[in-house]
Design a protein around this ligand. Structure first.
Ligand code: ADP
Length: 362
Protein backbone atom coordinates (compact mmCIF):
# COMPACT_ATOMS: atom_id res chain seq x y z
CA UNK A 1 0.00 0.00 0.00
CA UNK A 2 1.40 3.40 -0.92
CA UNK A 3 1.30 6.00 1.79
CA UNK A 4 -0.29 9.28 0.72
CA UNK A 5 1.90 12.37 1.21
CA UNK A 6 0.92 15.07 3.69
CA UNK A 7 -2.16 17.18 3.02
CA UNK A 8 -1.58 20.59 1.44
CA UNK A 9 -3.45 22.15 4.37
CA UNK A 10 -4.76 20.80 7.66
CA UNK A 11 -6.65 23.00 10.10
CA UNK A 12 -7.85 21.71 13.47
CA UNK A 13 -10.07 23.44 16.00
CA UNK A 14 -9.09 26.87 14.75
CA UNK A 15 -10.48 29.84 16.65
CA UNK A 16 -10.00 33.59 16.33
CA UNK A 17 -11.34 36.61 18.20
CA UNK A 18 -10.99 40.34 17.87
CA UNK A 19 -11.07 41.35 21.54
CA UNK A 20 -14.23 39.81 22.97
CA UNK A 21 -15.69 39.31 19.51
CA UNK A 22 -15.26 35.67 18.45
CA UNK A 23 -15.16 35.61 14.67
CA UNK A 24 -14.04 32.02 14.01
CA UNK A 25 -14.71 28.94 16.06
CA UNK A 26 -13.93 25.23 15.75
CA UNK A 27 -12.72 25.30 12.13
CA UNK A 28 -11.54 21.89 10.83
CA UNK A 29 -10.24 21.41 7.29
CA UNK A 30 -8.18 18.88 5.41
CA UNK A 31 -7.14 19.67 1.85
CA UNK A 32 -5.42 16.89 -0.13
CA UNK A 33 -2.52 17.94 -2.35
CA UNK A 34 -3.64 19.04 -5.81
CA UNK A 35 -7.13 20.08 -4.74
CA UNK A 36 -8.89 23.44 -4.57
CA UNK A 37 -10.89 24.40 -1.48
CA UNK A 38 -13.32 27.30 -1.81
CA UNK A 39 -14.26 29.30 1.26
CA UNK A 40 -17.74 30.49 0.36
CA UNK A 41 -19.95 32.71 2.46
CA UNK A 42 -21.70 36.02 2.85
CA UNK A 43 -19.83 39.14 3.89
CA UNK A 44 -18.76 38.91 7.53
CA UNK A 45 -18.88 35.09 7.67
CA UNK A 46 -15.14 34.85 8.41
CA UNK A 47 -13.61 33.87 5.04
CA UNK A 48 -10.96 36.60 4.98
CA UNK A 49 -10.02 36.02 8.60
CA UNK A 50 -9.50 32.31 7.89
CA UNK A 51 -7.41 33.05 4.79
CA UNK A 52 -5.29 35.54 6.74
CA UNK A 53 -4.72 32.97 9.47
CA UNK A 54 -3.48 30.48 6.87
CA UNK A 55 -1.29 33.18 5.27
CA UNK A 56 0.19 34.09 8.66
CA UNK A 57 -1.05 37.69 8.55
CA UNK A 58 -3.08 36.93 11.69
CA UNK A 59 -2.40 34.51 14.53
CA UNK A 60 -5.18 32.26 15.92
CA UNK A 61 -6.14 32.16 19.57
CA UNK A 62 -6.85 28.42 19.43
CA UNK A 63 -6.20 25.43 17.21
CA UNK A 64 -3.54 24.42 14.75
CA UNK A 65 -2.59 25.03 11.11
CA UNK A 66 -0.35 22.68 9.15
CA UNK A 67 0.87 23.38 5.61
CA UNK A 68 2.33 20.47 3.63
CA UNK A 69 3.01 18.57 6.84
CA UNK A 70 4.63 21.45 8.74
CA UNK A 71 2.91 23.12 11.69
CA UNK A 72 2.88 26.88 11.09
CA UNK A 73 0.52 28.01 13.83
CA UNK A 74 -0.25 26.41 17.18
CA UNK A 75 -0.65 28.89 20.04
CA UNK A 76 -0.71 26.08 22.62
CA UNK A 77 2.86 25.18 21.61
CA UNK A 78 3.97 28.76 20.94
CA UNK A 79 4.32 28.15 17.17
CA UNK A 80 3.61 31.19 14.98
CA UNK A 81 5.47 31.15 11.65
CA UNK A 82 5.39 34.57 9.92
CA UNK A 83 4.04 34.84 6.35
CA UNK A 84 7.48 34.81 4.68
CA UNK A 85 8.32 31.51 6.45
CA UNK A 86 5.19 29.79 5.09
CA UNK A 87 6.29 30.00 1.45
CA UNK A 88 2.75 30.49 0.11
CA UNK A 89 1.66 31.99 -3.19
CA UNK A 90 -1.03 34.67 -3.16
CA UNK A 91 -3.38 35.93 -5.87
CA UNK A 92 -5.10 39.13 -4.81
CA UNK A 93 -8.24 41.01 -5.78
CA UNK A 94 -7.77 42.56 -9.25
CA UNK A 95 -4.44 40.65 -9.34
CA UNK A 96 -2.52 43.65 -7.86
CA UNK A 97 0.12 43.73 -10.62
CA UNK A 98 2.71 46.52 -10.64
CA UNK A 99 1.89 48.68 -13.69
CA UNK A 100 5.44 50.08 -14.03
CA UNK A 101 7.13 46.66 -14.05
CA UNK A 102 7.31 44.25 -16.96
CA UNK A 103 5.56 40.88 -16.81
CA UNK A 104 8.85 39.15 -15.95
CA UNK A 105 9.65 41.71 -13.24
CA UNK A 106 6.18 41.27 -11.74
CA UNK A 107 6.62 37.52 -11.68
CA UNK A 108 10.10 37.81 -10.15
CA UNK A 109 9.02 40.22 -7.42
CA UNK A 110 8.39 37.61 -4.68
CA UNK A 111 11.83 36.09 -5.36
CA UNK A 112 13.43 39.51 -4.88
CA UNK A 113 11.56 39.85 -1.57
CA UNK A 114 12.91 36.43 -0.55
CA UNK A 115 16.41 37.62 -1.54
CA UNK A 116 16.86 34.86 -4.09
CA UNK A 117 20.07 35.77 -6.00
CA UNK A 118 19.52 37.29 -9.45
CA UNK A 119 21.32 34.37 -11.10
CA UNK A 120 18.76 31.88 -9.72
CA UNK A 121 15.79 34.16 -10.32
CA UNK A 122 15.82 34.14 -14.10
CA UNK A 123 15.44 30.37 -14.45
CA UNK A 124 12.49 30.34 -12.06
CA UNK A 125 10.78 33.27 -13.80
CA UNK A 126 11.24 31.58 -17.17
CA UNK A 127 9.74 28.37 -15.83
CA UNK A 128 6.75 30.12 -14.22
CA UNK A 129 6.00 32.10 -17.39
CA UNK A 130 6.33 28.94 -19.44
CA UNK A 131 3.93 27.05 -17.18
CA UNK A 132 1.21 29.66 -17.69
CA UNK A 133 1.96 30.11 -21.40
CA UNK A 134 3.21 33.70 -21.18
CA UNK A 135 6.82 33.34 -22.35
CA UNK A 136 6.31 35.60 -25.41
CA UNK A 137 4.97 38.37 -23.15
CA UNK A 138 7.83 38.55 -20.66
CA UNK A 139 8.86 42.10 -21.59
CA UNK A 140 5.40 43.60 -21.93
CA UNK A 141 3.67 45.79 -19.35
CA UNK A 142 0.57 44.30 -17.67
CA UNK A 143 -1.58 47.07 -19.20
CA UNK A 144 -0.72 45.75 -22.69
CA UNK A 145 -2.29 42.38 -21.86
CA UNK A 146 -5.86 41.08 -21.90
CA UNK A 147 -7.68 40.37 -18.64
CA UNK A 148 -7.06 36.65 -19.04
CA UNK A 149 -3.34 37.21 -19.62
CA UNK A 150 -3.12 39.50 -16.57
CA UNK A 151 -4.72 36.73 -14.55
CA UNK A 152 -2.00 34.39 -15.74
CA UNK A 153 0.71 36.88 -14.74
CA UNK A 154 -0.79 36.96 -11.24
CA UNK A 155 -0.75 33.15 -11.12
CA UNK A 156 2.80 32.96 -12.46
CA UNK A 157 3.85 35.36 -9.69
CA UNK A 158 2.04 33.19 -7.12
CA UNK A 159 3.73 29.97 -8.27
CA UNK A 160 7.21 31.28 -9.02
CA UNK A 161 8.48 30.09 -5.63
CA UNK A 162 6.91 26.63 -6.19
CA UNK A 163 4.66 27.02 -3.13
CA UNK A 164 2.91 24.04 -1.52
CA UNK A 165 -0.30 26.07 -1.36
CA UNK A 166 -1.69 29.07 -3.28
CA UNK A 167 -4.21 31.44 -1.67
CA UNK A 168 -6.71 33.26 -3.87
CA UNK A 169 -8.38 36.28 -2.23
CA UNK A 170 -11.53 37.04 -4.28
CA UNK A 171 -9.49 37.61 -7.45
CA UNK A 172 -12.53 38.09 -9.68
CA UNK A 173 -14.84 40.00 -7.36
CA UNK A 174 -14.51 43.37 -9.08
CA UNK A 175 -15.13 42.13 -12.61
CA UNK A 176 -18.51 42.42 -14.26
CA UNK A 177 -20.61 39.28 -14.49
CA UNK A 178 -19.90 38.37 -18.11
CA UNK A 179 -16.14 38.85 -17.87
CA UNK A 180 -16.12 36.93 -14.60
CA UNK A 181 -17.72 33.90 -16.24
CA UNK A 182 -15.03 33.80 -18.93
CA UNK A 183 -12.28 34.28 -16.37
CA UNK A 184 -13.64 31.54 -14.11
CA UNK A 185 -13.43 29.08 -17.02
CA UNK A 186 -9.85 30.11 -17.82
CA UNK A 187 -8.82 30.06 -14.19
CA UNK A 188 -10.36 26.63 -13.63
CA UNK A 189 -8.52 25.18 -16.63
CA UNK A 190 -5.21 26.70 -15.55
CA UNK A 191 -5.49 25.65 -11.89
CA UNK A 192 -6.25 22.08 -12.99
CA UNK A 193 -3.41 22.05 -15.52
CA UNK A 194 -0.91 23.33 -12.94
CA UNK A 195 -2.24 20.82 -10.40
CA UNK A 196 -2.27 23.55 -7.74
CA UNK A 197 -3.27 23.05 -4.14
CA UNK A 198 -5.28 26.17 -3.44
CA UNK A 199 -7.64 27.95 -1.08
CA UNK A 200 -10.02 30.25 -2.93
CA UNK A 201 -12.10 32.86 -1.10
CA UNK A 202 -15.30 33.99 -2.77
CA UNK A 203 -18.82 35.17 -1.98
CA UNK A 204 -19.99 33.97 -5.42
CA UNK A 205 -21.56 30.52 -5.32
CA UNK A 206 -21.21 29.99 -9.08
CA UNK A 207 -17.48 30.68 -8.88
CA UNK A 208 -17.04 28.23 -6.00
CA UNK A 209 -19.05 25.52 -7.74
CA UNK A 210 -17.07 25.96 -10.96
CA UNK A 211 -13.58 25.98 -9.43
CA UNK A 212 -13.47 23.95 -6.26
CA UNK A 213 -13.03 20.28 -5.43
CA UNK A 214 -14.34 21.03 -1.94
CA UNK A 215 -16.42 23.95 -0.71
CA UNK A 216 -16.57 25.12 2.89
CA UNK A 217 -19.81 27.07 3.22
CA UNK A 218 -19.12 29.55 6.01
CA UNK A 219 -21.64 31.23 8.26
CA UNK A 220 -21.16 33.25 11.46
CA UNK A 221 -17.55 32.17 11.90
CA UNK A 222 -18.18 28.46 11.44
CA UNK A 223 -18.31 25.95 8.61
CA UNK A 224 -21.94 25.16 7.91
CA UNK A 225 -21.02 22.38 5.47
CA UNK A 226 -17.83 21.10 3.88
CA UNK A 227 -18.37 18.94 0.81
CA UNK A 228 -17.79 18.54 -2.90
CA UNK A 229 -19.89 20.77 -5.20
CA UNK A 230 -21.94 17.77 -6.36
CA UNK A 231 -22.66 16.71 -2.78
CA UNK A 232 -23.60 20.25 -1.70
CA UNK A 233 -26.07 20.56 -4.54
CA UNK A 234 -27.58 17.16 -3.91
CA UNK A 235 -27.53 17.14 -0.10
CA UNK A 236 -27.39 20.63 1.41
CA UNK A 237 -27.09 20.04 5.14
CA UNK A 238 -29.16 23.06 6.15
CA UNK A 239 -31.68 25.44 4.66
CA UNK A 240 -29.04 28.19 4.95
CA UNK A 241 -26.71 26.24 2.63
CA UNK A 242 -29.54 25.64 0.15
CA UNK A 243 -30.43 29.31 0.27
CA UNK A 244 -26.87 30.57 -0.10
CA UNK A 245 -26.19 28.27 -3.06
CA UNK A 246 -29.54 29.32 -4.63
CA UNK A 247 -30.50 25.71 -5.10
CA UNK A 248 -34.17 26.52 -5.47
CA UNK A 249 -37.26 27.61 -3.65
CA UNK A 250 -37.62 27.08 0.11
CA UNK A 251 -41.28 26.62 0.95
CA UNK A 252 -42.79 26.73 4.45
CA UNK A 253 -44.48 23.39 5.14
CA UNK A 254 -46.98 22.30 7.78
CA UNK A 255 -48.87 19.16 8.69
CA UNK A 256 -52.34 19.23 7.15
CA UNK A 257 -55.57 18.07 8.75
CA UNK A 258 -55.08 14.52 7.42
CA UNK A 259 -51.54 14.26 8.81
CA UNK A 260 -49.81 14.73 5.44
CA UNK A 261 -47.68 17.77 4.57
CA UNK A 262 -49.06 20.90 2.87
CA UNK A 263 -47.55 24.26 1.94
CA UNK A 264 -48.12 26.25 5.15
CA UNK A 265 -51.28 28.38 5.05
CA UNK A 266 -52.70 26.53 2.02
CA UNK A 267 -54.41 23.23 1.23
CA UNK A 268 -51.75 22.40 -1.38
CA UNK A 269 -50.44 18.92 -0.65
CA UNK A 270 -46.73 18.13 -0.74
CA UNK A 271 -45.41 14.64 -1.40
CA UNK A 272 -44.50 12.66 1.73
CA UNK A 273 -40.83 13.00 2.75
CA UNK A 274 -38.53 10.07 1.98
CA UNK A 275 -37.69 7.78 4.86
CA UNK A 276 -35.04 9.44 7.01
CA UNK A 277 -35.90 12.92 5.67
CA UNK A 278 -39.12 13.38 7.64
CA UNK A 279 -38.88 16.44 9.86
CA UNK A 280 -39.94 16.30 13.50
CA UNK A 281 -42.88 18.36 14.65
CA UNK A 282 -45.69 19.97 12.70
CA UNK A 283 -43.73 22.56 10.76
CA UNK A 284 -40.81 22.38 8.36
CA UNK A 285 -39.16 23.97 5.37
CA UNK A 286 -38.84 22.12 2.12
CA UNK A 287 -36.48 22.82 -0.76
CA UNK A 288 -37.87 22.48 -4.25
CA UNK A 289 -34.58 22.23 -6.18
CA UNK A 290 -34.65 24.19 -9.43
CA UNK A 291 -32.53 21.67 -11.27
CA UNK A 292 -35.14 18.94 -10.77
CA UNK A 293 -38.11 20.96 -12.07
CA UNK A 294 -39.78 20.88 -15.46
CA UNK A 295 -43.07 22.11 -16.86
CA UNK A 296 -45.96 19.83 -17.80
CA UNK A 297 -48.28 17.21 -16.37
CA UNK A 298 -46.59 14.77 -13.97
CA UNK A 299 -45.57 11.39 -15.31
CA UNK A 300 -45.68 8.14 -13.35
CA UNK A 301 -43.83 8.50 -10.04
CA UNK A 302 -43.67 12.30 -10.31
CA UNK A 303 -45.38 14.93 -8.18
CA UNK A 304 -46.54 18.36 -9.27
CA UNK A 305 -47.46 21.81 -7.99
CA UNK A 306 -49.41 24.59 -9.65
CA UNK A 307 -47.28 27.68 -10.22
CA UNK A 308 -48.11 31.17 -11.45
CA UNK A 309 -45.93 32.95 -14.01
CA UNK A 310 -44.65 36.24 -12.53
CA UNK A 311 -42.21 37.20 -15.26
CA UNK A 312 -40.97 36.13 -18.68
CA UNK A 313 -37.66 37.03 -20.34
CA UNK A 314 -36.67 35.97 -23.81
CA UNK A 315 -33.26 34.28 -23.85
CA UNK A 316 -31.18 32.63 -26.55
CA UNK A 317 -31.82 29.33 -24.74
CA UNK A 318 -35.61 29.76 -24.42
CA UNK A 319 -38.03 31.68 -22.22
CA UNK A 320 -36.68 32.39 -18.73
CA UNK A 321 -39.70 32.18 -16.44
CA UNK A 322 -40.05 33.38 -12.88
CA UNK A 323 -42.83 31.53 -11.07
CA UNK A 324 -44.29 31.33 -7.58
CA UNK A 325 -46.42 28.70 -5.92
CA UNK A 326 -49.37 29.49 -3.67
CA UNK A 327 -48.32 30.22 -0.09
CA UNK A 328 -44.87 31.54 -1.01
CA UNK A 329 -43.36 34.57 -2.70
CA UNK A 330 -39.99 32.80 -3.19
CA UNK A 331 -39.17 32.93 -6.91
CA UNK A 332 -38.68 29.73 -8.89
CA UNK A 333 -36.68 30.16 -12.08
CA UNK A 334 -36.58 27.88 -15.06
CA UNK A 335 -36.05 28.11 -18.78
CA UNK A 336 -38.91 26.84 -20.92
CA UNK A 337 -38.72 26.11 -24.64
CA UNK A 338 -42.30 27.42 -24.97
CA UNK A 339 -43.45 30.97 -24.28
CA UNK A 340 -45.79 31.72 -21.33
CA UNK A 341 -47.90 34.69 -20.29
CA UNK A 342 -47.52 36.60 -17.04
CA UNK A 343 -50.29 35.49 -14.66
CA UNK A 344 -50.72 32.13 -16.39
CA UNK A 345 -50.91 28.98 -14.19
CA UNK A 346 -48.60 26.12 -15.14
CA UNK A 347 -47.88 22.69 -13.70
CA UNK A 348 -44.38 22.19 -12.25
CA UNK A 349 -43.41 18.55 -12.07
CA UNK A 350 -40.62 16.94 -10.07
CA UNK A 351 -39.50 13.70 -8.50
CA UNK A 352 -40.74 13.60 -4.87
CA UNK A 353 -37.34 12.27 -3.75
CA UNK A 354 -35.70 15.47 -5.08
CA UNK A 355 -37.28 17.46 -2.23
CA UNK A 356 -35.05 18.27 0.75
CA UNK A 357 -36.64 18.76 4.17
CA UNK A 358 -35.31 21.04 6.92
CA UNK A 359 -36.50 22.26 10.32
CA UNK A 360 -38.72 25.37 10.28
CA UNK A 361 -37.24 28.87 10.28
CA UNK A 362 -36.20 30.34 13.61
P1 ADP B 1 -15.67 37.84 5.26
O1 ADP B 1 -14.32 37.76 4.66
O2 ADP B 1 -16.42 36.56 5.17
O3 ADP B 1 -16.47 39.00 4.77
P2 ADP B 1 -14.26 38.62 7.68
O4 ADP B 1 -13.33 37.51 7.98
O5 ADP B 1 -13.69 39.84 7.01
O6 ADP B 1 -15.49 38.06 6.85
O7 ADP B 1 -14.95 39.10 9.02
C1 ADP B 1 -15.47 38.22 9.98
C2 ADP B 1 -15.90 39.01 11.19
O8 ADP B 1 -14.77 39.60 11.82
C3 ADP B 1 -16.87 40.13 10.88
O9 ADP B 1 -17.84 40.16 11.88
C4 ADP B 1 -15.98 41.36 10.94
O10 ADP B 1 -16.73 42.47 11.35
C5 ADP B 1 -14.95 40.99 11.98
N1 ADP B 1 -13.65 41.64 11.74
C6 ADP B 1 -12.88 41.51 10.62
N2 ADP B 1 -11.73 42.22 10.73
C7 ADP B 1 -11.77 42.81 11.96
C8 ADP B 1 -10.86 43.67 12.69
N3 ADP B 1 -9.70 44.05 12.16
N4 ADP B 1 -11.25 44.07 13.91
C9 ADP B 1 -12.43 43.67 14.45
N5 ADP B 1 -13.31 42.87 13.83
C10 ADP B 1 -13.00 42.43 12.60
Amino acid sequence: MTKAGPSALTVQGLGMAYGANRVLDGIDLDLPTGQVLALLGASGSGKTTLLRLVAGLLMPCAGRIEIAGRTVADPARGIAAPPEKRGLGMVFQDYALWPHLSVAQNVGFPLEMQRVPASARQARITRALDRVGLTPFADRRPSDLSGGQQQRVAIARAIVGEPPLVLFDEPLSNLDRELRETMVDELGALVAELNLSAVYVTHDHAEALALADQIAVMRDGGIEQLASPARLIDRPRTAAVADFLRLGCLLPAARGAGGGWVIAGTATALPAPEAGQAPEGARARVLLPERGLSLGAPEAGQASLRARVQGVQVRATGFALTLTVEGSTAPIRLVSPAPARRGEQLSLRFAPEALRWFPPEG
